[in-house]
Unconditional design. Structure first.
Length: 357
C-alpha cells in the first residue's frame, strides 16, 4: 500500500502545471482517501488499476493542454511561415521522443526478472497471507513446484566486520523463507544461496548479499564470503552473493540483503510474537512457481479451494456461507506484477507457456 501511495503521489506531481493549480490538491487528497480503502477491498489488483488510471490521465492532460497551446501557436505561426516550419519540426521530434520513452518504460514492466530462470512460471496471490497458509500451499505439489514467503523493503541496521562500533548503516532487503531462491530459480554468483535443506531454525544466522551490496559496500572484496555482519545488533555470516542484475522479486527498490526466516526475532523484529505460527498473521507475500503443465487458471481455482478450506478451519475467518473468491493469482515473473486483465492481450506469460506446452 505504501508503495502504491508513493507511485500515486509521484504521478500526481507529474500533471501539467495549470492542472495542478486547479486540481492538484484535490487529486492528492483523493489518493490519501482511497488508497487504503482500495487496498483492503480489492488488494493488489485494485491498487494497480488505480495507478494505471492516473498514469493514463497524466499524458491525456498534457494532450489537452497542448491543444490549447497549439491553437494559440497556430495563429501566431501563420503570420511567420519560417518560424512555423521550425516549430513543426521541433514538435515532431518532441512527440517522437516522448512516445519512445513511454514505450520503453511500458516494455520494461513486462521484462522478465534478471537471473531468474523460472520467471514464466511465477505467480503471486494478490493479497498477503500468513506463513502458516504458505506452508500449506507448499504441500500442493500437483499445483506448485515451490512456494516461498517474503517481505520486501525490510530495513536493517548494518555494521561491517572490523567496524562494529561505528554508527550502523540503514540497508533495505528482503526477509525470505529458505526456499526463496530455488522457487525463483536463482543461483549464487559466489558462495551459495539460501536453502531449506541447509538453513534451519536454531542454526547460526546467515545472510546472502546482493552484487550491488558487495560492490558498493564491500568494494568487491574477494574475501567477502565468510565475513561477519552485525545486523540489527546481531551477527550474521555472509554465505553468498547474488547474480549481478538480481535485485529481488517484487522489490520497489533494489534489495541488498536477503535474510532467512530461520533467524531469531532479535535479528529480524518482523518475526517477533511467533508470527510464523499465527494463522491470522497475514504478513507475508507468497511467490509460487507453477508445476509443469499447470495453467494459471487451474492453479488459481485450486488455490481458491485450498484457501477456502483453511479459512473454514479457522473460527476467526469468514463463514462457510461466504461465496466470494478467496484467491486470485497475478503473474510475478516481471519487474512489476501486473494483473492479467491489464496486460495488452489479457493473457499472462505463464498461462501461454503452459497452455502451449
Amino acid at each position: 500500500m505504501n508503495f502504491a501511495w508513493r507511485i500515486y503521489r509521484r504521478l500526481a506531481q507529474a500533471f501539467p502545471h495549470e492542472f495542478k493549480l486547479a486540481y492538484g490538491t484535490e487529486v492528492t487528497q483523493l489518493g490519501e482517501d482511497v488508497v487504503e480503502d482500495i487496498a483492503k477491498r480489492q488488494g493488489v489488483a485494485g491498487l494497480v488499476r488505480l495507478i494505471v488510471d492516473i498514469a493514463i490521465r497524466v499524458p491525456l492532460e498534457y494532450v489537452s493542454e497542448m491543444r490549447g497551446d497549439m491553437r494559440y501557436g497556430l495563429r501566431a505561426l501563420i503570420k511567420s511561415p519560417g518560424f512555423a516550419m521550425v516549430g513543426i519540426i521541433s514538435m515532431a521530434l518532441g512527440i517522437g521522443l516522448t512516445t519512445n520513452v513511454y514505450s520503453a518504460k511500458w516494455q520494461m514492466l513486462f521484462r522478465d526478472l534478471p537471473a531468474v530462470t523460472n520467471a514464466k512460471r511465477l505467480v503471486i496471490p494478490e493479497k498477503p497471507v500468513s506463513y502458516y497458509y504458505i506452508e500449506q500451499y507448499r504441500q500442493e505439489k500437483s499445483l506448485f513446484a515451490g512456494v516461498a514467503a517474503l517481505q520486501t523493503g525490510v530495513p536493517f541496521n548494518v555494521n561491517f566486520q572490523g567496524d562494529m562500533n561505528a554508527k550502523p548503516e540503514r540497508v533495505f532487503g528482503q526477509l525470505v523463507s529458505p526456499d526463496y531462491f530455488s522457487v525463483l530459480g536463482v543461483e549464487a554468483q559466489r558462495g551459495r544461496v539460501l536453502s531449506a535443506a541447509v538453513d534451519r531454525s536454531g542454526d547460526a544466522p546467515v545472510v546472502v548479499i546482493s552484487d550491488r551490496f558487495w560492490r558498493n559496500r564491500l568494494n568487491s572484496s574477494p574475501a567477502a564470503l565468510g565475513q561477519m555482519l552485525r545486523v540489527n545488533g546481531q551477527t550474521a555470516t555472509i554465505v553468498g552473493i547474488t547474480p549481478k542484475d538480481f535485485n529481488g522479486a517484487l522489490a520497489e527498490n533494489p534489495s541488498e540483503l536477503f535474510i532467512p526466516t530461520t533467524v531469531p526475532a532479535a535479528l529480524a523484529p518482523e518475526l517477533a510474537n511467533d508470527v510464523l505460527h499465527q494463522r491470522g498473521a497475514k504478513e507475508f507475500l507468497a511467490i509460487m512457481c507453477l508445476a509443469p503443465g499447470v495453467t494459471i487458471d487451474s492453479a488459481e481455482a485450486g488455490l481458491d479451494a485450498i484457501t477456502r478450506r483453511l479459512d473454514e478451519q479457522d473460527a476467526s475467518a469468514l463463514t462457510r456461507t461466504d461465496k466470494a473468491r478467496r484467491a486470485r493469482l497475478i503473474p510475478a515473473g516481471t519487474r512489476v506484477p501486473i494483473p492479467r486483465d491489464l496486460r495488452p492481450d489479457g493473457t499472462s506469460d505463464c498461462a501461454r507457456v503452459h497452455e502451449s506446452g
